[in-house]
Ligand binder design. Structure first.
Ligand code: FSX
Ligand code: SF4
Length: 295
């Protein structure tokens, strides 16, 4: 007896970014990307990813038509997964994602079109969530996060932010799996920056294996030293994510475990207010950091 599998249509579009978010997803181990693309992520439900500019074989206008076809055929039922920030300068001219009828399509226009008729939008990575590196001061491309761009256009669509530069593949796959299992998250499931609390609910500093060094005042002076990395720039005391317990690269290690300070890449004010990377947190910026949201 065959069991009916429900398809959830999804498209993945990319704005201003380094494509590291896609690369991180390709490193997913459980489930793998193959599982994501071919198998049900949860029993009886399959994500039908129809467009992904980096990974798909299709190209040119036929590929672009898939976006339009999804919008028409699955109105209100598809997910838009967005990687990269939304470039606003000169009507988005410097960030186009393809051509239709010989006309360049600006990423920001396509994003707004797709978002209007979507079930929800998932911002993958810090660029899409909050602007990230493309929006760093002085931001000549007038880049911003997806939520901010939707708000400006008056589009009230559920947005889930999955930041990280790049995000851990589990954070994205876990978020998509949660939506497929339980539907859209409630306000209680997300934090003030629209991040799922399941992955971003705890401070790095509170789960860090070097925390005992911090409490004892034993600080590393160089990256290779034992001790807490606070004096050489660790942003763990500001940053919410489960890196210390989840670990990266299939559980091999994480930034602080490898002797590198946390760079605060999951936070709304990354990178402007957490740099320089290898300098101790600026206390003035720290208080701004705690009250400011840029997204
Ligand atoms: Fe941004 Fe994605 Fe950082 Fe890169 O493309 S979150 S620059 S790792 O990867 O958007
Ligand atoms: Fe906190 Fe960073 Fe020190 Fe770990 S290394 S205890 S996260 S300051």
């Amino acid at each position: 007896m065959s069991t009916k599998v429900v398809e959830i249509p999804a498209v993945w579009i990319a704005g201003a970014s380094c494509s590291g978010c896609s690369v991180s997803l390709l490193n997913a181990v459980s489930p793998t990307v193959k599982n994501l693309l071919i198998d049900p992520i949860i029993p009886g439900k399959h994500l039908n990813l129809r467009f992904h500019s980096t990974v798909m074989a299709g190209q040119g206008e036929p590929a672009m038509q898939v976006l339009q076809a999804t919008r028409k055929a699955d109105k209100g039922g598809y997910l838009v997964l967005v990687e990269g920030s939304v470039v606003g300068q000169d009507d988005g001219l410097y960030c186009t994602i393809g051509e239709v009828g010989g006309k360049q399509i600006a990423f920001q226009d396509k994003l707004l079109d797709l978002a209007r008729d979507a079930l929800a939008v998932v911002s993958v990575g810090t660029c899409a969530s909050f602007g990230g590196i493309p929006a760093a001061h002085p931001n000549p491309s007038r880049s911003q996060g997806v939520k901010q761009a939707l708000d400006q256009a008056g589009i009230k669509k559920p947005v889930i932010n999955v930041p990280g530069c790049p995000p851990h593949p589990d954070w994205l796959l876990g978020t998509v799996a949660m939506v497929m299992l339980k539907g859209l998250p409630s306000a209680d499931d997300l934090d003030y920056a629209l991040r799922p609390k399941a992955f971003y609910g705890k401070l790095i500093h509170d789960n860090c294996p070097r925390r005992a060094y911090f409490d004892a005042g034993r600080f590393a002076q160089r990256a290779s030293d034992p001790g807490c990395l606070y004096q050489i720039g660790c942003k763990g005391p500001l940053t919410y994510a489960d890196c210390p317990t989840r670990l990266w690269n299939n559980g091999v290690n994480w930034c602080v475990g490898a002797g590198s300070p946390c760079i605060g890449c999951c936070e709304p004010t990354f990178p402007d207010d957490v740099q320089p990377v290898f300098e101790k947190i600026n206390e003035d910026r720290l208080s701004r950091f705690q009250i400011k949201t840029r997204g």
